[in-house]
Ligand binder design. Structure first.
Ligand SMILES: [Zn+2]
Length: 231
């Protein structure tokens, strides 16, 4: 069977997709669209527990990520296992993302906004940048990677990219009906909920989602910078 997805979600770490886009992803999968997650690093440095080995912790976080994905209707999670706090904009990383885009051939790619200013996790900045470069022009141009072409990875034009955590919001997505699923997906990341000491995740998330819906005729939203790619 040929792999194909309507939406490819490319996250720097486990839990980023949930914070950024899980409500929207749940709505899409309910509409019958297929979404696949790519998680670039397994977040093995995201703990203050000094008794945990990084490999142990990565395995915990991958399990949490798979459970969270399933809650919003995502059955396939690809782990790239690059080092946490070690993502770099390298030819290897770019090519890997191009290969994934050409494999799944999504209309929509969802990722972290690389252009958030000042305090922004370097892995998020790098991932967003690599994904945008991979979408355009590298996945589109047959001459970008002659070896990928020879292996059968045909060029692919992505139609739009949605970037979460943007300071330049131009698209607000209605998550009123899927808010509870987003919350449940976030709660799958037990190690992180514990780590961040969020005593009232539901209340804070609801408040934030209300703010994101500002100016819309729905109550709860996720907000993005949407990039439409002209053909
Ligand atoms: Zn992250």
């Amino acid at each position: 069977m040929k792999k194909k997805a309507d939406i490819l979600v490319i996250a720097p770490h486990p839990d980023d997709a949930e914070f950024g886009a899980a409500g929207t992803i749940a709505r899409w999968t309910q509409e019958g669209k297929k979404a696949v997650y790519v998680v670039c690093s397994s977040g093995e440095k995201g703990t203050s527990d000094r008794s945990l080995q990084p490999e142990q912790f990565a395995a915990i976080r991958e399990k949490e990520q798979i459970a969270a994905a399933q809650i919003v209707g995502v059955q396939e999670v690809v782990f790239l296992r690059y080092p946490d706090q070690g993502l770099e904009d390298t030819p290897v990383f770019r090519k890997e993302i191009v290969r994934l885009i050409r494999t799944y051939r999504p209309a929509t790619v969802v990722t972290a906004d690389p252009y958030r200013r000042y305090i922004w996790h370097r892995d998020h900045r790098i991932t967003g940048q690599v994904v945008l470069d991979a979408v355009f022009p590298l996945a589109r141009d047959h001459l970008a990677y002659p070896d990928l072409l020879a292996e059968g990875f045909e060029p692919h034009k992505v139609q739009e990219v949605l970037c979460w955590a943007s300071e330049d919001i131009n698209y607000r997505s209605d998550i009123t009906q899927t808010f509870e699923l987003k919350l449940a997906a976030l709660r799958c990341h037990e190690s992180q909920v514990k780590e961040f000491h969020v005593p009232d995740l539901a209340k804070r998330l609801r408040q934030r989602s209300m703010e994101m819906a500002a100016g819309e005729n729905f109550g709860l939203a996720e907000a993005f910078h949407q990039v439409k790619i002209a053909m």
